[in-house]
Design a binder for this molecule. Structure first.
Ligand SMILES: Nc1ncnc2c1ncn2[C@@H]1O[C@H](COP(=O)(O)OP(=O)(O)OP(=O)(O)O)[C@@H](O)[C@H]1O
Ligand SMILES: [Mg+2]
Length: 225
């Protein structure tokens, strides 16, 4: 018997294939999976040629990353401030990059943008710092000294599952060491370039992507690459 065709479903829109160079840090390149990327497929014009999406196939939508040059420390701080003023509660930033690439500097800017007046230092030894004096709680994590099970034992998910801690902004340095990723993290990959830094911000959902579209070099007084 001939199977009844399924009704034609939605067709995902696909941004152009993002340049994910630098999204995966050098230290543990295999831990974080790169951004999913499929070449764009224009929808066929004749509906009879459309293939229905299988109901059990998860939709895979990717968003274009944003790249910027950060010529000086002040530019990294400015980027952090810009994000800190705008990100919504529950956002988890995965800060990736080699030693000295600017992760803590960006976190300092985030804190400033959130309106936190306390000085934000690297929590390399304390592992997690919590700042509650801004417009949202800010949880700053540094995984440099940890690996494997020791990372799991921090139960970082309690900072984003909304059960134990009020939702805020979570920034994780050395995020390559996470073994379980939060849902929809904003990936921020920093690299050394020409005496300054280069950053690639990879949004994971439409809210982050829409916000990053408004991140112009003018907003930070930095040059776009
Ligand atoms: N855009 C930039 N251009 C030049 N120097 C920068 C820039 N951003 C940050 N720096 C400088 O880089 C140095 C290291 O920065 P930071 O401590 O933030 O790096 P990090 O990635 O947190 O390092 P670690 O891997 O040790 O945690 C600091 O002296 C900071 O001022
Ligand atoms: Mg640091």
């Amino acid at each position: 018997m001939k199977r009844k065709p399924r009704p034609y479903g939605k067709f995902k829109t696909q941004n152009s294939c993002p340049d994910v160079t630098g999204l995966v840090g050098n230290a543990h390149p295999t831990v974080l999976s790169p951004v999913t990327c499929h070449p764009p497929t224009p929808p066929p014009s004749n509906p009879s040629t459309l293939k229905p999406i299988h109901p059990h196939t998860p939709a895979m939508v990717t968003f274009a990353p944003q790249s910027l040059s950060l010529h000086q420390t002040e530019s990294t701080l400015a980027l952090g401030r810009w994000l800190g003023e705008r990100l919504t509660a529950g956002t988890v930033l995965l800060l990736q990059g080699d030693l000295g690439s600017g992760k803590t500097t960006l976190a300092k800017g985030l804190g400033q943008g959130l309106g936190i007046t306390e000085d934000i230092d690297s929590p390399t030894f304390t592992l997690i710092s919590e700042y509650l004096g801004g417009r949202l709680p800010f949880y700053h994590v540094d995984l440099y000294r940890l690996e494997g099970k020791a990372v799991d034992n921090l139960y970082l998910e309690t900072y984003w599952d909304g059960l134990e801690f009020p939702p805020g902004i979570v920034a994780i340095e050395w995020a390559e060491r996470l073994r379980h990723l939060p849902p929809a993290p904003l990936r921020v990959a920093l690299t050394h370039r020409d005496g300054g830094r280069h950053v690639v911000l990879a949004p994971a959902d439409v809210t982050q992507a829409t916000l990053l579209e408004t991140l112009t070099p003018d907003a930070l007084l930095v040059d776009e690459v």
